[in-house]
Structure formats: C-alpha cells, structure tokens
Design a protein around this ligand. Structure first.
Ligand code: F6R
Length: 239
C-alpha cells in the first residue's frame, strides 16, 4: 500500500485530482468509483477547477445508497453524487450509476448493479473514505472480505456519525445498499482519503493491523494498487 501524507485539504484535493486527471489523459481511467461523505469533496472541487473535456466522458458508479430515501431527497446519495460529481465534472447523467435504495426487490437491485459494473468493464479507480470503525463503503465491521453489493444494516455509531447531514438524527436510515469488499477489491486502483484525528485509529488498524473483517478497510492490504492519502492528524498513530 502506498501512503501519502499531505499538509492540507487543498493538497489532498490536488493530489487526488492529479491521479485522476493523469489516468484520464493516459486513457487508463474510463470509469470512476465515487464515494460520498466529506473525504472526497476536495478532490471533486479540484477536478472541477482543472476540468478538461475528457472528464465529461467518464462513467461513475457510487459506492452505496441509503434504503428508503427517494432519489430526489437531498440527503440521498444519488442527490449528493448529482451535486458533487455529475454537475461539477459535467458527466452525462446516463453514465452515473447509484444503487436504487427504493427498489421493490433490494437483492435483485444489488445483482443488477453488479452486472452494470461488469458491463461497464469494471471500475478503473475507486475513491474511498473510511469510517471511524474502519468501514469502507457501508461495509461495517464483520463484513465478509469477499462480499458483493448487498443490503446492510448500519451500525448505531455510523448512523450517529452521519446524523450531521440530517436535521433530525432519528431520520438517518437504518439500512443501505453497499458495494461489497470483494466488489471494491475488483477496482483496478483504489485511492482512500482520511483526514482528522478521529480517523487515526481506523487508519492505523487498516494499514498496520492484521487483515480482519473487524476492520473492513484492512482488506486493502490485499490490493495491488492501493494509495492512502492522509493529513498529519489522520496519520498520527502510524509507526
Ligand atoms: C460514503 C461511504 C463511507 C464514507 C465514510 C467516511 O459513500 O461509503 O464509507 O466514505 O463513512 O465518511 P466521511 O468522509 O464523511 O468522513
């Protein structure tokens, strides 16, 4: 795993955008795996600032979605991806995929999503954040290391962490659809971003702890092209 420690959010944004722009220019990146949450926002901003027409050709697949929030709900990940990725990078909305958390048959929706990713040729670069409990996507501790896209129950701690996006903390959905750890490992390249001291224990467990489903991000130790981009605070517990 490659670890890059940078000084500021702006530097992290510039680094991540640089990796993506380089991959797009060289014809290596056609499909981007996109995360929501705070961690990748600086990268999306930097990409918008350095926009090139080739970015508009990208396909995108989101990591996860809440169950039960309609697509036009501003808190749904579909809405967030629309605002932060589709609009900023000027992607064709038809090329942007988010699992449908309101599908009548959630298992069938997850199978359809996996098939759509395969049909697109897989994800060339997957952006990730990390939860304080070590989750990536919404693969909470004890998730199978070979899991595929599926419905999951969110842990109370994750619902508390995400309550900042909801006026009433009780409104945070209890269930989600998420790409599995096996799905994430299939990406040709992954780039995980973590900032702030609250993430430091999870970062240490993921990078220097044992490979364990109790720290789902530790599965990235198996990936051949994984880069972890940190600020000093998130890196403070690394040896
Ligand atoms: C988001 C996602 C989550 C977040 C993680 C960190 O699509 O799948 O794993 O990346 O919860 O969230 P932030 O970046 O808000 O700290």
């Amino acid at each position: 795993m490659r670890v890059v420690i940078l000084d500021s959010t702006e530097d992290i944004g510039a680094y991540g955008a640089g990796v993506i722009l380089d991959g797009v220019r060289r014809g290596r990146i056609h499909t981007l795996g996109v995360a929501t949450g705070s961690s990748p926002l600086a990268i999306y901003r930097a990409l918008a600032d350095q926009w090139i027409p080739a970015l508009a050709q990208l396909k995108a697949f989101a990591l996860d979605e809440y169950v039960g929030l309609p697509a036009d709900d501003p808190r749904s990940y579909r809405s967030v991806i629309q605002q932060e990725v589709t609009d900023k990078l000027r992607l064709d909305p038809a090329n942007v995929h988010v699992p449908n958390g309101c599908a009548a048959d959630l298992d069938a929706e997850c199978e359809r999503y996996e098939a759509a990713m395969a049909e697109a040729g897989g994800v060339d670069l997957q952006l990730l954040g990390i939860g304080r409990n070590g989750h990536i996507g919404f693969n909470e501790p004890s998730s199978s290391l070979s899991s595929r896209t599926r419905p999951k129950t969110l842990m109370a701690a994750t619902r508390r962490d995400n309550a900042r996006f909801f006026p009433d903390p009780g409104d945070v959905p209890r269930h989600c659809l998420t790409q599995g750890l096996g799905t994430i490992l299939d990406a040709a390249e992954v780039l995980l971003v973590a900032q702030g001291s609250a993430k430091a224990p999870a970062v240490r467990a993921a990078l220097e702890g044992p490979l364990s489903s109790m720290c789902p991000a530790s599965v990235l130790q198996l990936h051949r092209r994984a880069t972890v981009v940190l600020d000093e605070e998130a890196a403070q517990h690394l040896a």
